[in-house]
Design a protein around this ligand. Structure first.
Ligand code: EPZ
Length: 417
């Protein structure tokens, strides 16, 4: 059980390189299983979720190697199809392996992902999509068995909700289906585009990624390839909201600015000064931010649910009152009680949070209970008066590669204890 000790009030200055995207590297690693031979992924962040995905690949017979931020996956002669429950439990999003494993071996045996800190994590959209391609899926006593008794058939699939994971599972499976698959109402997140880029390098033919209709012309086989993971837009958002909350001037490098437009809009409204080109942003904040009016989370290109806790951390010390509406997950406000322990003035009703900004927060010892909420507590402590700790940093380590180093390198007083 580790914790961060943070002394607030230190302005942030300097340059930082944003890590590779957790929510891209996880589906990419699943896709590596489907590719015959060796795949090389550059810009892979060192995260516990990535380690869990590599453990799953090793369990399935792959040989994985990490050298710095380059990960190599050799899936030669892989014919295992069972993901053990302990590993499924370690990472909620491991359902992303279902399509790749069943597509390669004809069968996938895994446990249901169950719920997580954000609420139930249903997989009905994943199941419906794969059934359309000929999968027979049984769920009994927490186990999921997915088989393609007559091979993988191309299909015309409509997702009832643009689920990121279900879009990824369907795309990966469709790459080796016989014929052309169309996925309608597909998720448009940048991570979908990154996955399509990898799959096409591996010999697939994926068209329309990033739009609501993805077309996949089935190939016979995919082969290992080399790919660089896209930058993590939520880590970039975390750093920018921290600067807005604490003050200072920070240059973020190795980003895709167009992935951050909803974030940039809230920061400009807050009174920050942003200068940016396609791959870097300089954010300057010299005064207390203004609160936003209303923000509601939406699938991409709307405001991303994962950036919500970080926006709220900034909002808690802003001038004015903001109304935040969470439309994606049931339980995304677990960290707000902890923010209020620091003197924030936030009321929640269902999926709505009303944030009345206060002039400053008072450092108080708090506990992380999910990935982005934990990061928001750390940002709030950086903006507070005094010294305190954030416990359960294991949650933060799931998505941030060296959180404490990233912020210490730009002037924050943060150490891991
Ligand atoms: C991905 O989760 C991300 N995780 C999440 O990031 C992110 O918050 C989410 O997309 C939304 O952008 C990864 O990519 C590994 P969804 P995913 O399927 O794919 C419901 C983080 O902090 N749903 O788009 O699981 C679901 O309950 C994490 O980095 C169904 O009802 O998200 C949720 O309410 C948290 N049935 C909504 O759709 C299904 O079959 C969006 O889920 C699937 C999803």
């Amino acid at each position: 059980m580790s914790a961060f000790k943070i002394t607030g009030g230190r302005k942030l200055h300097g340059d930082l390189n944003v890590q590779g995207a957790k929510n891209s590297v996880l589906p990419l690693l699943a896709a590596c299983f489907l590719c015959e031979g060796q795949s090389i992924l550059h810009n892979c962040p060192k995260l516990s979720d990535v380690n869990a995905a590599l453990d799953i690949l090793e369990c399935l017979g792959c040989r994985c190697k990490r050298e710095g931020t380059t990960v190599t996956v050799d899936s030669q002669n892989c014919d295992m199809f069972e993901v053990p429950e302990c590993l499924m439990r370690e990472m909620r999003s491991s359902i992303i392996f279902m399509g790749a494993v069943a597509a390669r071996t004809g069968k996938a045996l895994m446990s249901l992902p169950g719920g997580c800190e954000l609420g139930p994590r249903p997989i009905d959209i994943h199941i419906e999509a794969l059934k359309k391609m000929g999968a027979v899926i049984e769920c009994e006593s927490g186990k999921l068995i997915c088989e393609f008794p007559e091979g993988i058939k191309a299909a015309d699939i409509y997702l009832r909700f643009p689920s990121v994971g279900a879009t990824e599972n369907a795309m990966i499976t469709a790459t080796v289906a016989s014929g052309t698959t169309v996925i309608r109402n597909a998720a448009k997140e940048p991570e979908i585009i990154d996955l399509a880029g990898f799959l096409n390098k591996a010999g697939a033919c994926v068209l329309g990624a990033g739009t609501d209709t993805v077309t996949v012309i089935g190939a016979h086989k995919l082969y290992g390839c080399e790919h660089t993971v896209m930058p993590d837009r939520i880590v970039a958002a975390t750093c920018m909201y921290a600067v807005a909350a604490v003050g200072g001037r920070v240059r973020l490098k190795n980003i895709e600015t167009e992935h951050l437009l909803p974030i940039i809009s809230t920061l400009t409204d807050a009174g920050c000064n942003l200068e940016y080109d396609g791959h870097q942003i300089v954010i300057v904040s010299h005064s207390r931010p203004h609160n936003f009016d209303t923000v509601s989370t939406q699938p991409y290109p709307g405001f991303p649910t994962d950036a919500g806790p970080l926006l709220i951390a900034m909002s808690s010390v802003s001038k004015g009152t903001g109304v935040f509406i969470e439309n994606i997950f049931d339980r995304r406000f677990g960290y707000i009680d902890e923010l209020n322990r620091m003197g924030a003035n936030i009321k929640t009703v269902g999926r709505v949070a009303i944030i009345s900004g206060v002039r400053h927060l008072d450092a108080a010892n708090v506990c992380a209970a999910d990935l982005r909420g934990g990061a928001a507590l750390a940002v709030a402590l950086m903006a507070s008066h005094g010294t305190a700790t954030v416990k359960n940093t294991e949650y933060i380590d799931r998505g941030y590669d060296g959180f404490e180093h990233t912020f210490a390198n730009i002037g924050a007083d943060i150490t891991r204890i």
